[in-house]
Design a protein around this ligand. Structure first.
Ligand code: URP
Ligand code: ZN
Ligand code: ZN
Length: 464
């Protein structure tokens, strides 16, 4: 099967030029002006940006959490991702406390196999790491799982203490891995939550008010310090505020091996969303919570200056009607997380490129290339080059849509609300190609469940 993409404006993290792309089977085989080749199919991309497919390095499909399971499984979630221009995700396999991480990986492989419509990898969520289990980290790396996530939040659930953190970090460093950190002081936060509930403050907005930005900043500071001593590069996930970003900035200024991401929700939504009536604030209960609006511009600055290297979604949707209601009388029982995997590319393009904050190259870097590099997938993923996987998005930079759960062009996620409801975006993914196959065109799904491959990732290859 071959595919010729003609007349497009090819944009990567570093290039911007007009040329044709010839794809044979799953890879890009030729790039040039007015290519004289015969192809099974030709796409005219005149007036469109032709970019590497998006990579979302932080999603939670089919994740048991808060007494329920996230509403998108690997089939619905990856399909929705593809509609939005994302062709790879890195999700999270979870180690059950007291059990092998390899068992956890197997469980998640079973969840994804035969379902994922685009390529997927896993970070391993480590919940315990005694000395006699350290050898598993080498095995994980051999399996292509080269990054680990640990939580300073959620005591009694996913939380690990500093001793575990240090042990796992040290071993990860030895194996050439990268540690992803959910950085928040969960122990102190749980005390604040108890005080709020004792005072009768049960509404969704108390989720945000009990998780001060200082508690996130403290987690960032502490996890970076431990990682520096343990000798491992660290990637701070879902940075939500200026307070936490400042800790990243300071560490990077002294040349610590620190990388960080923010998520679309922290760039576009804010604390006022918890004021919605009738429990609607529960739609925005995610961790870290939404922050005061002024933080958003600081996060955009962090993206522009390079202290934030990637924009992910932390896609972890729960149905408002059936799942968020678990916390109707107690905000601490609302399942934490929100939807977003489908809307990331348009939101970042609109807020970044159209908004004059990012160059189009930087947009590609933040939504694709940087994640490919940090997580051991470059140059197979994250760029358009001869020999790369033909993961390509043909993007209309002028088309506008208003994001809504009711707009069939912006919502295919298996959840009954859209967190970005009512936001108008300019810049829409129109044709999406996953390893040489058109999976989305004219807002129709042409992919298939099981069409996505497991991404066996390489070791951290930084510094980037
Ligand atoms: O609220 C969130 N973020 N849910 C998913 C789990 C996590 O902390 O990343
Ligand atoms: Zn987290
Ligand atoms: Zn997450």
């Amino acid at each position: 099967m071959s595919l010729l993409i003609r007349n497009g404006r090819i944009v990567t993290a570093v290039d911007d030029y007009h040329a044709d792309i010839f794809v044979e089977d799953e890879t890009v085989s030729l790039i040039g002006r007015d290519l004289e080749v015969e192809a099974d199919r030709t796409i005219d991309a005149a007036g469109r940006l032709v970019m590497p497919g998006g990579i979302d390095p932080h999603t939670h499909m089919d994740m048991p959490f808060g007494g329920t399971t996230s509403a998108d499984d690997f089939e619905t979630g990856t399909r929705a991702a593809a509609f939005g221009g994302t062709t790879s995700i890195i999700d999270f396999a979870i180690q059950t406390k007291g059990h092998s991480t390899l068992e956890g990986l197997e469980t998640w492989q079973e969840k994804a196999a035969g379902k994922a419509g685009i390529d997927y990898g896993f970070h391993m969520i480590v919940t315990d790491m005694e000395d006699d289990r350290l050898w598993e980290m080498r095995r994980l790396a051999d399996e292509g799982v080269t990054s680990y996530k640990m939580f300073m939040a959620y005591p009694g659930v996913l939380y690990v203490d500093d001793a575990t953190l240090f042990r796992a970090m040290r071993q990860a460093g030895e194996e050439g891995g990268l540690v992803c950190m959910h950085a928040e002081n969960g122990i102190a936060i749980d005390e604040i939550v108890k005080l709020a509930l004792a005072a009768g403050n049960t509404a969704p907005k108390y989720h945000a008010l009990t998780r001060p930005t200082r508690m996130e900043a403290e987690g960032v500071h502490r996890s970076i310090a431990i990682a520096e001593v343990a000798g491992v590069p660290v990637y701070i996930v879902h940075v939500s505020c200026a307070d936490a970003l400042e800790e990243v900035r300071l560490a990077r200024a002294r040349e610590a091996q620190v990388f960080a991401e923010t998520c679309t929700q922290y760039l576009f939504l804010d604390l006022s969303h918890y004021d919605h009536e009738d429990f609607e604030g529960a739609k925005y209960v995610m961790t870290p919570p939404l922050r005061e609006k002024w933080n958003q511009e600081q996060l955009w600055r962090g993206l522009g200056l390079g202290d934030l290297r990637s924009v992910s979604t932390d896609h972890c949707p729960f149905s408002f009607k059936d799942q968020k209601v678990l916390g109707i009388d107690d905000f601490s029982k609302i399942p934490n997380g929100g939807p977003g995997v489908e809307n990331r590319m348009s939101l970042v393009y609109n807020g970044g490129v159209v908004g004059g904050r990012l160059s189009v190259n930087k947009f590609v870097d933040l939504t694709s290339t940087a994640a490919a590099k940090l997580f051991g997938m470059f140059p197979k993923k994250g760029t358009i080059a001869v020999g790369s996987d033909a993961d390509i998005v043909i993007f209309n930079p002028d088309r506008r849509e208003t994001i809504s759960v009711d707009n069939p062009h912006t919502h295919h996620m298996n959840v009954d609300y859209n967190a970005f409801e009512g936001i108008e975006v300019q810049g829409i993914s129109e044709i999406v190609i996953s390893r040489g196959r058109v999976v989305v065109e004219d807002n129709v799904w042409h992919g298939r469940a099981g069409g996505g491959n497991f991404l066996k990732r390489g070791l951290f290859g930084g510094p980037y």
